[in-house]
Each structure stands twice: as C-alpha cells, then as structure tokens.
Design a binder for this molecule. Sequence first.
Ligand code: GLU
Length: 297
Amino acid sequence: MNASGQYLGRFAPSPTGELHFGSLVAAMASYCDAKHNHGKWLVRIDNIDPPRELSGAIASIIESLTVFGFRWDNKLVMQADRSNVYRAALNDLSAANLLYCCSCIRRDLKAYQHYPGICVPASLASAQSDVMTRLDEGAALTSVRMRTDGIVHFTDLCHGPIETNFNQTPDDPILLRKDGLFSYALACAVDDADGITHVVRGSDLLDTTSHQIAIMQALGKTAPQYAHIPVATGLDGHKLSKQTHAAVLDPQNAIALLGESWAHLGQDPFTFSTTGEFWNAAVSRWQLSKVRIAIEG
Ligand code: GLU
C-alpha cells in the first residue's frame, strides 16, 4: 500500500498504435486486481517516444477503454508532461555518481545479450560533468547509462521469486537515449515509484522489471508489487502487439472480447449481456491466483 494506505494500480499503454486483444487482457487484469482490492486504477499514456507515436492513437485508446467499460480514477497521466520529473531524477542519479555517457553503437553490441560495460568509466565521480553537459544537449552521439550493480530480488505475484545478479551479468540500462529522449526504463520507474503499489502487466515486460527496480532503489524509492500475466499470442504463437499489427479492438464485439480476455486470464466463466454487468461480476469474482494457475498450466 502507498503512503495513503490504498492500492494504486495502473494501465500504461504506449500510443504507438491502437489497443488490441493483448492490451485488453493487460488492462482487464490490472483493473480487476485494483478494484477487487478496493483500490484506485490509473491510466497513464506512455507518450515519451514521439517518433514512434501514431497520430490519433491517444484518442483511439481513450475511446476503446471507454467503450469497453473501463473507468479510471484521477486524471489521465501523460508522460509527455513529466519531462521535468524525469530530468530531476537524472540529476539525482548523477549527484549519486551513478551515470555515465555511452558512445556504443548497435554494431558494437551485436555480439552481446546484455550491455557488457564497454563505456563504464574508471571514475564515475569524474564522469558526472560529461553527463551534465550531455543532459543539456538534444540529440547527441552518446546515450546515458546508469551503473547498476548488486542483486535485485523481487517476488512476482504470478511468477514467484526473481533474482537478477548485476555483479555476475552487468547490464547497465540506458536512461537517456542518443536522440535525447528519456528511456522507457527511466520514465516507467520514476512514475511507478510515484505511489503505484501494484504493477499488473504482460510477462513480456518481466525482463525490464529488475532494471526498473534498480532505478527506483537508486532514487531511494520503494518498488511496487509486480504481477506479470501471460501475454496474448496470435495464431502464429507470437505476442500480439501494435508493431505486428494485431487487430484493433472492435467495439461491436465488446461482449465477446471481454469474455475471451477473462478466459485468457484463467478466470471462472460466467454469463453477462452488457459491459456494466461484466465489470460488476468480474471485479468481485477476480482471482489473481487463477492467473498463476493459467501460467503453470
Ligand atoms: N507502455 C508500455 C507498453 O505499452 C507498458 C508499460 C508498462 O506496463 O510497464 O508496452
């Protein structure tokens, strides 16, 4: 629970496309878990990557959520409005001597699964003046990474205990991209550390979680609880995504899609004929433990 003692969940779509069935599953799981636990549920639009943004996607996402019967608490959060907060986080991390500039290009890293630390400076303290200069530039030839060591442990509510040993496998995350944009890891960590108590999202993001927790810890913040739910895949077995042009949610088919999403989450079936009826029953019947069973099964 957060400082006010209340569950605070969120759904955080990127406006790189319209919502598809996989988005419905993630939105449903985070919504049901929040509401079942008498919590609040926020919608945050992760619009920190203008080059990848699809024109009209934000309006379409809001429209789809509304038609499918989602009701969010508080105002929509727009990451694009929060540059000052991300910038302040970078200042704090630099003051803690954790940042460094990295000039590696994709080709340098092709042979590695994790960033092997090529640009880690001999002295992090003396690297900070370059970092501060870099923060004042727009696009530049370097990105900014955070030195990450030690072991991150967390217990995922669906996957159980997870441990990442950054001493054994260094993998310093990029916080500021070469094009001058804040990275997803930074923005997501800063926003989720700002009072979110539960992050329920697709298991395709499980690998990003240790980095996000490391960033939160370096900022002296408490990480939320995580539950990574099974992602929806297409007939070809690949994750449904905006990039692979998964079918946009069809409002005419809302009732059937709500039922399919509920079944995908391993929840016990029930009958309903309106979205309102669905949500009333879904919130009270929701069982996160069934999602775990769906994963194991
Ligand atoms: N914005 C990210 C996406 O749409 C998800 C963020 C998250 O849930 O952490 O893939």
